[in-house]
Design a protein around this ligand. Structure first.
Ligand code: GTP
Length: 198
């Protein structure tokens, strides 16, 4: 098995709300999407082994910009704002679609999307909407079930099967992850490496 990528540097580059503000250095990008409070910031920090690179929060819906983090000077991790949380004001929710769709749908540098789901729950209607949108556009994407530490090991298979059925993909395309135990980190890094350097 190839060894996972070593993260030598990870730095915040820029925050954007429209394409003119994206980095213009043509490096490959991997985007991270998920429902507010799903554990996206924690997953990115765990993946990059940086405790506070991405701000984690107890208040859902903190990130409302597209945040670019330069990794090893080689590629960007792109943190997309979380979607679908009822407590996020309507005006903010209305911005999400156009902002994220124009990034995901119109970014030539984009190599793949990590769609983060909660291992404890079936994919939500918003999760399915984004997933199907990505598939329709043939954007490479991998679903990751995070907070797996909150599900007993004996139920991991059932959680993964339920999600794969609902997303319409084989069970082995889906990763289980925990930012607490770092389970799944190497597998996800391998996926990211494969996208940025095929
Ligand atoms: N047990 C456990 N808790 C987690 C895990 N990942 C995140 N959490 C907790 O879940 C809460 C939300 O995590 P965040 O990483 O801030 O979630 P987010 O998706 O970035 O949230 P937004 O900023 O609202 O989009 C925090 O209290 C985290 O400590 C995990 O893998 N296991």
């Amino acid at each position: 098995m190839p060894s996972a990528m070593v993260i030598k540097s990870a730095e915040f580059k820029t925050a954007a709300v429209r394409s003119g503000q994206y980095p213009d250095d043509h490096l490959p990008e991997v985007a991270f999407a998920g429902r507010s409070n799903v554990g996206k910031s924690s997953l990115i920090n765990c993946l990059l082994q940086r405790r506070k690179l991405v701000r984690t929060s107890r208040t859902p819906g903190q990130t409302q910009t597209i945040n670019f983090f330069l990794i090893n000077g080689l590629f960007y991790c792109v943190d997309l704002p979380g979607y679908g949380f009822a407590r996020v004001p309507m005006a903010v929710r209305a911005q999400w679609g156009p902002m994220v769709e124009s990034y995901l749908g119109g970014r030539p540098n984009l190599r793949g999307v990590v769609q983060i789901l909660d291992a404890r729950h079936p994919p939500s209607p918003d999760d399915l909407k984004l997933w199907n949108w990505l598939i329709d556009r043939k954007i490479p994407a991998v679903p990751v079930l995070t907070k797996a530490d909150k599900v007993p090991r004996t139920k991991w298979d059932a959680a993964a099967s339920r999600a794969s059925l609902s997303l319409g993909i084989p069970r082995d395309r889906l990763l289980l992850f925990s930012s607490e135990t770092r389970h799944g980190r190497d597998a996800l890094l391998l996926q990211v490496a494969a996208w940025i350097d095929p």
